[in-house]
Design a protein around this ligand. Structure first.
Ligand code: NAD
Length: 488
């Protein structure tokens, strides 16, 4: 049975009080119906969450539209001060946010404590501090001055997935607010809890009512209503390709600009001249968050002459991984998010095996642990045009292919409809430069993985997305640029 919300609408999750209601116009708002939020760690029901739809989307859009002029007119320095106050609030609650996020989406507690939640705070500080850099120098045309200003665009709808809920939400919320926009955040229905805590933190920091709104619910209901709303001036979406198509179609009706950060099927290219131990570490790192990472390099391409050695070392290294409860410091790998996700992952793996793939490691659910734990898996003998090589699995499943020449490696790497990221392991800087230039990817890592700087553009090519966020590219998206030409 699910923990019933107290009269004040809150439940206790991992010892933390979380409000199950929406946050609209500076007030907690209920809905007639709820949906059940379950922990992937042990299947325990966590909360009955208010299930928003058209009415809640309308109320949030109205609140965001009403709050917009005041927030847009708030001096940048004051907006920055409030964003820093939110960051302070996040930093004070790192332990609580980490505990709740881990209970909700099953990612490792130690990653939340050490990496993710500090980064959430940093998202706010970074975009707050970057505002002054938006003032470009004026320039002249036949004695006339041109002055470029970065005007806030209006209410923004931000739709986010479950694999890194608060990190991905604040990656959008922070620049949108810094730019002077108001925001409606719709967190994923499988992991809504930390968005509600963010609303508390923003309120405590003194953010005015209606500037940040959180509407909970299913994509087809609350999500669809929000992205279809005519008051909305920007939609930023992180999630899957099929959902992106719905959102782009809804946005087309109102000509709302959209930013899409979608899936991937990124390659890890291991050349014979690479440090093989490093290459194996990079490969094993792809199991982080049980492989539920958009950027994961899930296609391992190894030069034939070192393939056997690489595989042996990989097997040893993978066997040393500990899978278990995400709250346990010894765990390297937690559960997948949801029974539907586990079933989807296993479907991909079993169809690949039926088609002739060989499970070098793993190949099925972790029956010892039960529940939603899927064994880290590496599949060899896979055809380039097969489903397992072409489709995003979004679980701890990697494929292994070999190549003989640099050209072949590039051809295999680029033979995908995605273009989010790529990782190259090589001892040759010249090769790294040549291969990087030939790859279709929004981010290329050379002899490293997941080193992220908020100043850098982030996004994907092809079906991995449209547009870039990060650094000033976020402000490009969240602002309406205006050029003012003044006569001498
Ligand atoms: P999803 O597309 O199923 O859902 C994402 C969000 O969209 C959820 O909040 C959902 O409620 C909402 N949604 C669903 N239908 C909607 C509709 N019709 N209108 C409006 N909103 C709707 O994706 P997911 O399964 O939650 O996340 C996994 C996917 O996200 C993977 O493909 C992964 O690669 C991708 N992802 C991409 C990045 C990136 O930055 N490129 C980062 C993380 C995850």
């Amino acid at each position: 049975t699910t923990a019933a919300a107290a009269a004040d609408g809150t439940v206790t999750v991992a010892g933390v009080s979380v409000d199950t209601r929406h946050w609209i116009g500076g007030r907690r708002v209920t809905s007639a119906t709820t949906f059940t939020d379950v922990s992937p760690i042990d299947g325990a029901p966590l909360a009955e969450i208010a299930r928003g739809g058209a009415a809640e989307a309308q109320a949030a859009a109205a609140a965001a539209a009403e709050a917009f002029p005041g927030w847009a007119a708030t001096p940048r320095a004051e907006r920055a001060r409030l964003l820093h106050a939110i960051a302070d609030g996040v930093e004070k609650r790192i332990e609580e946010l980490s505990q709740v996020e881990t209970a909700d989406n099953g990612a490792l507690l130690r990653s939340h404590r050490r990496g993710v939640m500090p980064r959430v705070a940093h998202n706010f500080r970074f975009f707050a501090d970057r505002l002054p850099q938006l003032d470009h120098d004026d320039f002249e045309t036949r004695g006339h001055t041109n002055h470029v200003s970065w005007d806030p665009a209006g209410p923004c709808v931000l739709i986010t997935p479950w694999n890194a809920p608060l990190m991905l939400a604040t990656w959008k919320v922070a620049p949108a607010l810094a730019a002077g926009n108001t925001v409606i955040l719709k967190p994923a229905e499988w992991s809504p809890l930390t968005a509600s805590l963010l609303a508390d933190i923003a309120a405590e920091a003194g953010l005015p009512a209606g500037v940040l709104n959180v509407v909970q619910g299913y994509g087809a209901e609350a999500g669809q209503a929000l992205v279809s709303h005519p008051h909305v001036r920007r939609i930023s979406f992180t999630g899957s390709v099929p959902t992106a198509r719905h959102i782009a179609a809804a946005a087309a009706a109102n000509l709302t600009p959209v930013s899409l950060e979608l899936g991937g099927k990124s390659p890890l290219l291991v050349f014979a001249d690479a440090d093989l131990d490093l290459a194996v570490e990079l490969a094993v790192e792809q199991y982080d968050n049980a492989g539920q990472v958009c950027l994961a390099a899930t296609r391992i391409l190894v030069e034939s002459s070192v393939a056997e050695e690489f595989t042996e070392r990989f097997k040893t290294r993978a066997a040393a991984l500990t899978q278990g409860d995400s709250r346990d410091a010894a765990s390297d790998l937690g559960p997948t998010i949801h029974p539907r996700q586990l079933e989807k992952i296993d479907g991909f793996v079993q169809r690949a095996i039926a088609a002739g793939a060989r499970a070098v490691v793993g190949g099925g659910p972790n029956t010892g642990l039960g529940g939603l734990y899927y064994r880290p898996t590496l599949l060899a003998d896979v055809a380039q045009d097969s489903e397992i090589v072409q489709e995003e699995v979004f679980g701890p499943v990697l494929t292994l292919q070999t190549f003989d020449t640099e050209d072949e490696a590039i051809r295999l790497a680029n033979d995908t409809r995605f273009g989010l990221a790529a990782t190259i392991a090589t001892g040759s800087p010249e090769r790294a430069e040549r291969v990087t230039a030939a790859l279709v990817a929004g981010t290329v890592w050379v002899n490293c993985f997941f080193v992220r700087d908020l100043r850098a553009p982030f996004g994907g090519s092809r079906h991995s997305g449209i547009g870039r966020e990060g650094g000033d590219w976020s402000f490009d998206f969240y602002c309406d640029l205006k050029n003012t030409v003044t006569a001498p």
